[in-house]
Write a protein that binds this ligand. Sequence first.
Ligand code: 5AD
Ligand code: SF4
Ligand code: FES
Length: 342
Amino acid sequence: MTDIIRKGEKKHILTKQEIITLLADDNLTGELFAAADRMRKQYVGDKVHLRGLIEFSNICRQNCLYCGLRRDNQSIKRYRLKPTKIIELAAKASALGYRTVVLQSGEDDYYTVQRLQDIIGRIKAFDLAVTLSIGEKSEQEYAAYRAAGADRYLLRIETTDPELYSAMHPGVSQANRKRCLADLRRFGYEVGTGCLVGLPGQTIASLADDILFFQEINADMIGIGPFIPNPDTPLAAKCGGTLNLALKVMAIVRLLLPDINIPATTAMETLQPEGRLLALQVGANVVMPNVTEGEYRRLYALYPGKICVNDTPAHCRTCIAGKIAGIGRTIAVDQGFRRAVF
Ligand code: 5AD
Ligand code: SF4
Ligand code: FES
């Protein structure tokens, strides 16, 4: 085994240069993946945590260049679910055995603090952990959702590279994104972040910075996804990220933050059948099956080729359970918070 991987596994510390070497050298991939799988087993075990994903609105005031929900995209039909529908989907997720629901949407101002507080409070009554993934909000808003019972928040930094960040996110600042992450931490959320892999112009050095950033803020969850070009966006003609590089970034994150929750992301499965299972075997310990119903699945079109668009919540639940059992893992029955810090 190379010294770099041994050091990462033992000390959970790597320099930027060492991370770059791991990302650049494909001869080290096999060893890296095996080490990440050992870390996963040792720190978070064989249980896989399922989070039921509710995509409740595809309306977004932001204009991220890579995303199909960006406000300038006029080729998709927009929708927003009524609070009663969101609560009903959460109840169904609970009946299917989920212990966490993730409420995800574009940045949609229809869902005021009051509406969201009500939704969160009602879902908490089902004894579910609630994760929000609804974008950049004010300090007061984050405090209010937390007071209403939200447990976790997902807000990917997407890229730590300041220039690439501004190029990808017109009119918004990376400083505000970081302010959001700091607020979330301060209010006691479990904080999830992550990045896109393979954005146009993104370098391996910048991915190394992303990984070090996750460690610096001691993130509780990290979601890594390959960038998949969306034909309805300005990046339609660009190359996408590869599954291999996304898995490598994820595996290194597992070495540096051994006890965190790491999802096998849907975008990974879009690039390769069984991509999520592969991810679960090289560092991941979480899957987020879709519990949205009907045509909304298809309309929540961040990128093309999204999986499960014609499936039902019940079907996905059975499907993923079978797959997880097939690789000798089991589904956790607890709410799956990050283990106590070692
Ligand atoms: N390819 C892959 N992932 C994407 N996301 C948005 N657009 C794309 C795309 N084209 C991801 C972003 C966001 C998450 C909800 O979806 O990283 O944080
Ligand atoms: Fe909106 Fe999120 Fe898509 Fe950006 S990535 S356009 S904030 S839904
Ligand atoms: Fe949706 Fe397999 S997880 S069909």
